[in-house]
Design a protein around this ligand. Structure first.
Ligand code: EPZ
Length: 422
């Protein structure tokens, strides 16, 4: 099992390039199942989760050529298998995103029921109820979601559906189902995350008819078929935020290229509140702490455009060494404060009250062996290691390889002493 060895040091400084968005690329890859001619995708990040999604699509018969640096070409015209098998789904819950496209185009899908994970039970009830509202017949059998189209015709039917919880994956699955459904679909209380906007923009490039992109009410006029397209995946806003927070926690200065501040207002607002000086351009963001210790900032996670849950643990690591007391409230997932115990092992002063962590900043943490539990909690432990005296060893870093492309090289290039050890 690989580990990360981190030596606490001084301020991070330098320039790195941000990769394409994992959480946009995953639904976009699933959406290629809808096209009756090849789709070319550029700026797809080289991540474990992307490899897993590509393996899943290939196992169904999708032909995938090219690579991350030159772009992938996916041709889903000879699908032979409509199953997302347990051994793939158990490694990546986002496999559920093939359910909508398979049903919409082929009228059948067998997807292993995704289990929970470290951050919560992660139910998919809204995905399933929405598909049933569009005429799907859903049975759970042997741990698999077996979906077919109930009525004789081979198409889903447009519907008016309200999601009682704002769900990113649920909105994506139902959007991908609706674009080929017969008639009009309205999705109310839809998630508005930028990754959904990116998916919707690609579907429109494939010939889909979608109104209200970026709002909480999506109206889709179903079409008979969708053609291929060429699409450039948006930058990863969470990777961007992670490096900004790492620079802030280490009192450094950093410039991030091939990214955009457009979708990071809530995060940038909080970093400025922590004392960072932020400058932005069309495709870059720069942060400078002017050598100062960050001020503690309180935050509460909520659906976009509010503060993103995927940035919560990174800010907790910064608050652990910030000046002052802060409280962090997690409202999206029921178990996403697990990094508290690991940060306290490193000398942080954090107490938990329900879904709120109370953080009293200390000057420096002290290095310790710690364990990663999920993708973003792993990132918070790397940040903590960079502002700790001595050596920090992080176990179970397979989590981090799922979502941060070339993280060791990127941190080393800005002066972070992060190495991968066996
Ligand atoms: C997506 O997960 C992201 N993953 C997550 O990022 C992100 O944390 C999350 O959205 C919230 O922004 C991808 O995009 C691949 P949800 P998703 O459905 O779609 C409840 C990362 O670190 N819910 O928006 O699974 C659910 O329990 C990952 O990159 C239902 O109750 O999240 C949760 O409390 C982690 N029923 C809330 O909604 C449903 O049918 C939000 O979940 C679906 C969801």
């Amino acid at each position: 099992m690989d580990k990360f060895k981190i030596l606490g040091g001084g301020p991070l400084s330098g320039e790195i390039r941000i990769s394409g968005s994992k959480n946009a690329a995953l639904p976009i890859l699933a959406a290629t199942l809808l096209a009756n001619s090849p789709v070319t995708l550029t700026n797809v990040p080289q991540l474990k989760d992307i490899t897993t999604m590509n393996s899943l699509l290939s196992s169904m018969g999708v032909k995938i050529n090219g690579d991350a640096s030159n772009g992938y070409v996916l041709d889903s015209n000879d699908i032979t298998d409509f199953t997302a098998p347990y051994d793939l789904v158990k490694t990546m819950r986002a496999s559920i995103l093939v359910l909508g496209p398979l049903l919409a185009r082929y009228g059948v899908a067998n997807v292993s029921f995704p289990g929970g994970c470290a951050i919560g039970s992660r139910p998919v009830d809204i995905h399933l109820r929405g598909l049933e509202a569009m005429g799907a017949k859903i049975e759970i059998d042997g741990g698999y979601i077996r979906a077919t189209i109930a009525n004789s015709s081979s198409r889903l039917k447009g519907t008016h559906f309200l999601m009682d919880t704002v769900t990113v994956g649920g909105t994506e699955n139902l959007l991908m189902a609706a674009v080929l459904a017969d008639g009009k679909t309205v999705l109310e209380n839809a998630a508005r995350e930028p990754e959904i906007v990116d998916l919707a923009n690609m579907l429109v490039a494939m010939g889909a008819k979608i109104e209200g992109i970026g709002t909480s009410s999506l109206t889709i006029e179903g079409v008979e078929s969708l053609h291929g397209c060429t699409f450039n995946v948006m930058p990863d806003r969470i990777e961007t935020g992670t490096y900004l927070v790492a620079a802030a926690a280490t009192r450094g200065r950093i410039k991030l290229m091939a990214t955009s501040a457009t979708y990071l207002e809530a995060v940038i607002f909080k970093l400025e509140e922590a004392g960072a000086r932020i400058e932005t351009g069309d495709d870059w963001i720069a942060l400078d702490m002017l050598g100062k210790r960050p001020k503690a900032v309180s935050l509460k996670t909520a659906p976009y455009p509010a503060f993103p849950t995927d940035m919560q643990s990174q800010f907790m690591a910064m608050n652990a060494v910030a000046e002052g007391v802060s409280h962090i409230t997690e409202t999206i997932f029921e178990n996403r404060l697990v990094q508290v115990s690991e940060l306290n092992r490193m000398g942080a002063h954090i107490t938990l009250e329900g879904n709120t962590a109370l953080v009293t900043g200390v000057e420096r943490l002290s290095g310790a062996p710690v364990m990663a539990s999920d993708l973003r909690a792993s990132a918070s432990l790397v940040i903590a290691g960079l502002v700790a005296d001595g050596e920090t060893l992080i176990e179970r870093i397979y989590h981090i390889d799922r979502g941060y492309e070339a993280i060791v090289a990127k941190f080393q290039s800005i002066g972070g002493s992060v190495t991968r050890v066996k």
